[in-house]
Design a protein around this ligand. Structure first.
Ligand SMILES: [Zn+2]
Length: 393
């Protein structure tokens, strides 16, 4: 740490106060001083500056026993907005989201599967333009600060899509292209990682420093937050839990990645409908499989229970490795959690050392596209709050 540098200390104080107001919600100046450990005068002077900048606002008063009730401070959510965009092989989701994570506008567009990058990106750019136009027309007083994009694939730190098995592309310089086209800061991240960042920023991970986000649905993915930061590995490839080998059974199906016995061959939507077909000869969709399980169809129940067993076993390995405070399960297939969660919990508890599983808070989210979009937006909002330009203004 640099010492004797007054500007640097002011910068640290500014960031600490802003971060505290953002994470604690409405807070009085006195509580702010208590929580941050800074003097009341430092808090007051810094907050006055933030109020002048329009970043925070004074809000309602709390109940107080006697004396003058304190005025609370909170983030001015409408001080800016970001675009959150999710690129998938069959559709694009997008929304303008304010600094508090509230969706202001949203839209989606269906895409043909297996499009090469160029025609896909031309349509993607049109889609972004349409949301920007809508936002500028309806809310001209809320400036757009940047955009966050999530997709299934490996993304370099300078925003190059290295490879994506979902979209079937390699080496696409996405960030450079979109920043040039829209003249806005663009942040791109693997979609499961954006899910984890979003939960840390706005959701069930707010109160945890070290937690794991498991996504279930078309694929099985993992986002890792360690000491408050996303961990994505040395080559941006961390979290590929779906492609870790979970069995040496020679009968185990071959995975889309080309290997055999991966976790995903038991836990993905496709794997489960194929397992049902193999056992009964009947072709079903994943929604039909859930309906069958709801109607107590034994084979359907067994397919979900087996997925739960493998998920719980895989999670127990992760708990042994990371000793997290919490595991958050999200993704579309949480709508079938009733059928896989009991086995998941059982195998998670049985296979952890030191009874660590008992210390882990397990949260299952309701399936919602809004969570994905908020997570992607959090990428850009996080940048806005941590940027140096704010405190220097
Ligand atoms: Zn695999």
């Amino acid at each position: 740490m640099r010492t004797g540098d007054n500007g640097y200390i002011k910068e640290l104080n500014y960031k600490l106060i802003l971060d505290t107001i953002r994470t604690k919600g409405a807070i009085s100046r006195a509580d702010l001083a208590r929580v941050t450990g800074l003097t009341r005068s430092t808090c007051s002077v810094t907050c006055e500056r933030m109020i002048k900048q329009g970043i925070i606002i004074e809000t309602g008063k709390v109940d107080s026993t006697g004396g003058r009730p304190p005025i609370l401070l909170q983030i001015n959510n409408r001080a800016g907005a970001v675009l959150g965009l999710k690129m998938m092989d069959d559709q694009i989701l997008g929304a303008a989201i304010d600094l508090g994570g509230n969706i202001i506008q949203q839209n989606s567009m269906l895409m043909e599967r297996d499009l090469p990058s160029e025609p896909y990106l031309l349509r993607f750019e049109e889609f972004i333009s349409s949301i920007l136009d809508m936002q500028r027309k309806d809310f001209p007083f809320i400036p757009i600060l940047g955009m966050g994009i999530g997709l299934g694939g490996r993304i370099s730190s300078d925003g190059v899509l290295l490879d994506s098995s979902v979209l079937g592309w390699r080496m696409v310089p996405l960030r450079a292209r979109l920043e040039k086209r829209f003249n806005l800061p663009v942040h791109i991240e693997n979609d499961v990682n954006t899910f984890a960042i979003g939960e840390k920023f706005f959701g069930a991970g707010r109160d945890y420093d070290t937690f794991l986000c498991l996504s279930v649905g078309e694929g099985t993915g993992l986002g890792i937050i360690i000491n408050g930061m996303l961990y994505d590995g040395s080559h941006h490839g961390a979290g590929e839990i779906g492609h870790t080998r979970i069995t040496f059974d020679p009968q185990a199906p071959r995975c889309t990645c080309g290997k055999q016995g991966c976790l995903e061959v038991f836990t993905s939507d496709r794997a489960m409908v194929e397992a049902y077909h193999a056992a009964t000869g009947t072709t079903v969709t994943i929604d039909r499989l859930i309906n069958l399980a709801t109607a107590s169809d034994e084979v359907a129940l067994r397919v979900f229970a087996r997925a739960g067993m493998y998920l719980g076993t895989a999670l127990s390995t992760l708990v042994n490795l990371f000793d997290p405070q919490a595991i958050i399960i999200g993704g579309e297939r949480t709508n079938a959690a009733a059928f896989f969660l009991p086995e998941l919990q059982k195998h998670l508890e049985e296979n952890c050392v030191y009874n660590l599983a008992k210390e882990v808070t397990l949260t299952v989210l309701q399936p919602s596209n809004d969570d994905w979009i908020r997570g992607v937006a959090a990428l850009a909002i996080r940048e806005f709050f941590s940027t140096n330009t704010l405190w220097r203004e």
